[in-house]
Design a protein around this ligand. Structure first.
Ligand code: ADP
Ligand code: MG
Length: 657
């Protein structure tokens, strides 16, 4: 009897999936709906099993026979961690049946059928294969995030069908859009009234408290980090068992918060006289976008008995990844957001209050497996006055230059009448076209130039790609490729939370910048890269100089890939060849200015600068920059300039003449 039950189980392959996930009951309906429709929308709460299970259902139902099942994610970390998880569930090694592709890291093979990838990767892949002939199914996941690439893919997939690409493909393409909170009605209408399958989730009750530590007047201060850390410790001290999830905004901030917590933990370990009970039994784990994979895995492991896990995360843990066992959420109320600033003509990274719906989503993470609590460090007044109801989609907020160049390369010339789910402002589109024209990527008629096609070959922002191409045409790519690589990986400088260590690290970094020639952050990056590459013991060198060896390893790998692209392009007879000679740092400056010509500023009074884009807005150099420390009146290149305390402009040239 028992045997027959077990064999039936195996037939159903129940153990193949996680049987407790809400999506499981909907397996047959989902597969049927996917078979019957070209477009399908799946709505289900975060953690219901959409990302990890649906692709497996499709695979079992034979969807992979005529091409891959491609699943997009807006975030790199989520892409890798989900692929790992699914490979484990399917009992195969990563890169075989289940694989992933993110920028600079392709872990797929001939055998790959389920392919997780970032939405940016799929968008790039459409350049080489506009009809997506390699895929039988495209799953656009996390649609509610409304990332720029996903939004463009919505339009492209809709458009491809309108244009009758179905005739060009051997088999019809199935498109599934998955979302946790999006207005599915609107999306269904967009895709010709396609059906929506809703998976009801289950959430335990969550007690929500406003702690009034941050009010409307603290909107622009960084006080929320220390307050969040305090609340985390209080939660650990006062609450019964269950893990803690803390929401902060970015890597540097998370590292600082972890250090504040670690400092107490170190006191337990090494200095018994300073024994601090508050972090006893707390396992502190960071989670942010550019984290290496081996570290991400630890997030999902259950903590040892008697230990409480505390994950400090960016918004990624709000919807993209689900961590089991979380019963307490500490919400800082802030998020890092890329906003296009038309006055500066740049995307500016800003720390802004989250929307009310994001706050609800964050709180929801506490009630997946048991009743939970959410501690909001801000006040109700902050909620009312500073937090918008919903987040504005990226497409209305960020620079469109890169995606418009992609569309143009796909021969979609009328970028204004492209089917956008939410139409960006026309002046934003025109601004992007102007920028592309200025850097020579498109011509007067709006067509992509040869240079534009070369720019698209690099998985970099058009500005950076432009700088790299300039260097390659001068024959000095060995100066720019390392810089581009260093800018494409996580932050390389170790930031220690302890003031003494911080000081030492700061001095170390200052020395490095002096050795690199001073007053140029990019030259410092180049110097670090070269030192590492030539050092017999690179890991030790990094450790000694306060540099993340992990980040450097990635940078070495990225540089190799960029070099391959550059070398390939140089073979092209149309690739530009120019002559320019000068000292190293001058060459570097020249190439970077070719790409970032709109980021130039002139010194004004004291430490302030004015942009030279016609607006002349006032900016400050970030204190961590070599230019900040430089003598007054000198030229320099810095990585970050600030408009206010919270806004950073990247890659910036500041000179006095
Ligand atoms: P949804 O996409 O609906 O939000 P997921 O498919 O991401 O749901 O998650 C389903 C389950 O799989 C969750 O219980 C989650 O904890 C688990 N899970 C997802 N990724 C991993 C991973 N990398 N390691 C361990 N468990 C994971
Ligand atoms: Mg998901």
């Amino acid at each position: 009897m028992e045997k027959s039950v077990r064999s039936r189980r195996r037939e159903d392959n129940e153990s193949f999936y996680n049987p407790i996930l809400p999506i499981h009951k909907w397996k047959d309906e989902l597969v049927r709906a996917a078979k019957d429709n070209s477009f399908l929308i799946v709505m289900g709460d975060t953690g219901s099993g959409k990302t990890t299970q649906l692709p497996q259902y499709l695979y079992k139902a034979g969807f992979g026979k005529n091409g891959m099942i491609g699943v997009t994610q807006p975030r790199r970390v989520a892409t890798i961690s989900v692929a790992q998880r699914v490979a484990e569930e399917m009992n195969c090694s990563l890169g075989s049946t289940v694989g992933y592709q993110v920028r600079f890291d392709d872990c797929t093979s001939e055998r790959t059928v389920i392919k997780y990838m970032t939405d940016g990767c799929l968008l790039r892949n459409t350049l080489a294969d506009p009809d997506l002939t390699k895929y039988s199914t495209i799953v656009l996941d996390e649609a509610h995030e409304r990332s720029l690439s996903t939004d463009i893919l919505f339009g492209l997939l809709k458009k491809q069908f309108q244009l009758g690409s179905r005739k060009r493909r051997k088999y019809p393409l199935t498109v599934i859009v998955m979302s946790a909170t999006l207005e599915t009605q609107k999306l269904s209408l967009f895709f010709g009234n396609c059906p929506v399958v809703t998976i009801p989730g289950k959430l335990f009750p969550i007690k929500e408290r406003f702690l009034n530590l941050i009010g409307p007047r603290d909107k622009d201060s960084t006080a929320y980090v220390t307050e969040t850390v305090k609340v985390t410790l209080q939660t650990h001290l006062n609450e019964t068992e269950g893990d803690i999830l803390v929401f902060l905004t970015g890597q540097a901030e998370i590292e600082r918060a972890c250090n504040l917590l670690f400092k107490k933990a170190e006191a337990i370990d090494y200095r018994h006289d300073l024994y601090d009970r508050s972090v006893e039994g707390l396992l502190i784990l960071p989670l942010y976008g550019s984290m290496p994979t081996d570290q991400q895995k630890r997030i999902f492991l259950a903590p040892p008995a008697g230990i409480r896990k505390c994950v400090l995360s960016t918004n990624i843990a709000a919807t993209s990844v689900t961590i089991e066992g979380i019963r307490y959420v500490v919400d800082s109320g802030f998020v890092k957001q890329l906003n296009y600033n038309p006055r500066a003509g740049l995307d500016i990274l800003e720390i802004v209050p989250i929307s009310k719906s994001e706050a609800v989503q964050r709180a929801g993470r506490a009630g997946r497996t048991a009743p939970g609590k959410c501690f909001r460090i801000y006040s109700e007044e902050f909620w009312e006055k500073c937090m918008p109801d919903h987040m504005i989609p990226d497409i209305k907020r960020t620079s469109l230059a890169s995606v418009i160049l992609t569309l143009k390369c796909l021969e979609i010339h009328d970028v204004i009448r492209f089917p956008y789910l939410d139409h960006p402002e026309e002046k934003h589109i025109l601004e992007a076209l102007k920028k592309l024209y200025q850097c020579g990527a498109i011509d007067r008629t709006g067509c992509v130039t040869k240079l534009g096609h070369f720019i698209m070959e690099f998985p970099l922002s058009p500005n950076l790609a432009c700088a790299v191409i300039k260097a390659t045409s001068f024959g000095c790519q060995e100066l720019l490729l390392p810089v581009a690589a260093m800018l494409s990986v996580e932050h390389v400088f170790i930031q220690s939370g302890e003031s003494q260590k911080q000081k030492e690290a700061g001095q170390g970094h200052e020395e490095l910048s002096q050795l690199a020639g001073g007053c140029n952050d990019f030259a410092t990056l180049l110097y670090i890269f070269e030192q590492c590459k030539t050092s017999p013991k690179p890991a030790a060198w990094c450790h000694k100089n306060g540099i993340h060896w992990r980040a450097l390893k990635s940078a070495l790998n990225v540089e190799k890939q960029l070099k391959e692209i550059a070398n390939r392009l140089k073979e092209n007879k149309d690739f530009p060849v120019e002559k320019f000679d000068g000292p190293r740092n001058e060459m570097l400056r020249h190439c970077l200015c070719a790409g970032y010509f709109s980021n130039v500023a002139r010194r004004s009074v004291g430490r302030t600068f004015r942009t030279m884009d016609g607006h002349g807005s006032i900016i400050h150099i970030h204190p961590s920059s070599a230019v900040y420390l430089g003598e007054e009146g000198r030229q320099g290149m810095c990585l970050d300039a600030c408009r206010s305390r919270h806004t950073c402009i990247q890659a910036f040239y500041a000179g006095s003449d």
